[in-house]
Design a protein around this ligand. Structure first.
Ligand SMILES: C[S@@+](CC[C@H](N)C(=O)[O-])C[C@H]1O[C@@H](n2cnc3c(N)ncnc32)[C@H](O)[C@@H]1O
Length: 227
C-alpha cells in the first residue's frame, strides 16, 4: 500500500461527495443505477452474505437514497435497520421510499467518519459505494468507527469499486474516477480495501465477490470484529 498523499486541508466530518458528485444529479441516482448497474442484484448479494438474523441491529453506512436500507428491511423484517448519510437530500428520498413501502427504518444524518451512535450498537454494518467517496484518512476513520460500532463478533460487509479485473474494467472505471475524484478512488482501484480493513482491527477479511459492471469491477468484502 503506497502512502496516502497529504494535502494542506484534511476533509472535515461535514464534507462529503454527493451520490453523483453534483447535488443536482442526486434525484437521478436511483434511475441511473437501476438501469446501468443491475443494482438490486448486487445489493441482494451483499445482504445475503451478511447473514442477518432476527433481532439483529443493522446499520447501512452512507445509505444515500436508501435502496440497500429498504432491501435489508424488506428481507429482514425482524431486524432493526438504520441508515446513516450526510446528505439531507438523499435522506429525504430514502425516507419517502421507506414510507411508500411501509417499512419502519430509522434514518439519521451524520458522517461515516464520526457516526452519532454508541459503541457496540450494531450486529452488522453494511456499506455500499461509499468508501470510494472518502480519501484514505476518511476511509481509515470510517472503518475505525465501523469497528467500534460493531458488537464483538459483529460483521462489516462492503460493496465498492475494487481493483479492475482487466484492462477493460480499468477503462470502465475511469468515468467514476473522473466524477468522484482520483484521490478518493485510488485505494479502491489499487486493491487496498482489504489492507485498510485489517489495519482498522478487522479479522477474517475476505474479498467474496468481484463483478464486471459498466463502471468497473464491483467488489464485495466481509470482515469481522473479533470476539
Ligand atoms: C454513491 S452513493 C451510495 C449510496 C448507497 N449506499 C448506494 O449503494 O446506492 C455515496 C453516498 O455516500 C454518502 N457519503 C459520502 N461521504 C460520506 C460521509 N463522510 N458520511 C456519510 N455519508 C457519506 C453520500 O452522501 C452518498 O449518499
Amino acid at each position: 500500500m503506497t502512502p496516502a498523499p497529504h494535502g494542506p486541508h484534511e476533509p472535515s466530518d461535514e464534507y462529503f461527495i454527493p451520490a453523483l458528485r453534483f447535488r443536482v444529479l442526486t434525484r437521478a441516482y436511483d434511475a441511473l443505477l437501476s438501469v446501468t448497474l443491475d443494482e438490486a442484484r448486487h445489493k441482494r448479494a451483499l445482504i445475503e452474505q451478511a447473514a442477518i438474523a432476527p433481532g439483529h441491529a443493522v446499520l447501512d453506512l452512507g445509505c444515500g437514497t436508501g435502496t440497500l436500507t429498504r432491501l435489508i428491511k424488506g428481507a429482514h423484517a425482524d431486524a432493526s435497520v438504520t441508515g446513516l448519510d450526510l446528505d439531507p437530500e438523499a435522506l429525504g428520498i430514502a425516507r419517502h421510499k421507506a414510507a411508500d413501502a411501509g417499512l419502519d427504518i430509522t434514518f439519521v444524518q451524520g458522517s461515516a467518519t464520526a457516526p452519532p451512535f454508541e459503541p457496540a450498537s450494531f450486529d452488522r454494518v453494511l456499506t455500499s459505494l461509499v468508501l470510494h467517496h472518502l480519501v484514505r484518512e476518511q476511509k481509515q476513520r470510517a472503518l475505525a468507527a465501523a469497528w467500534s460500532l460493531l458488537r464483538r463478533d459483529g460483521e462489516l460487509h462492503v460493496a465498492d469499486w475494487g481493483r479492475p479485473l482487466d484492462l477493460l474494467m480499468k477503462l470502465a472505471s475511469l468515468p467514476v474516477r473522473l466524477l468522484d475524484g482520483f484521490a478518493p478512488t485510488r485505494d479502491n482501484v489499487e486493491g487496498n480495501l482489504p489492507a485498510l480493513l485489517r489495519e482498522a482491527g478487522f479479522v477474517d477479511v475476505a474479498e467474496t465477490r468481484s463483478a464486471r459492471t459498466l463502471y468497473g469491477t464491483l467488489t464485495h468484502l466481509r470482515a469481522r470484529r473479533p470476539a
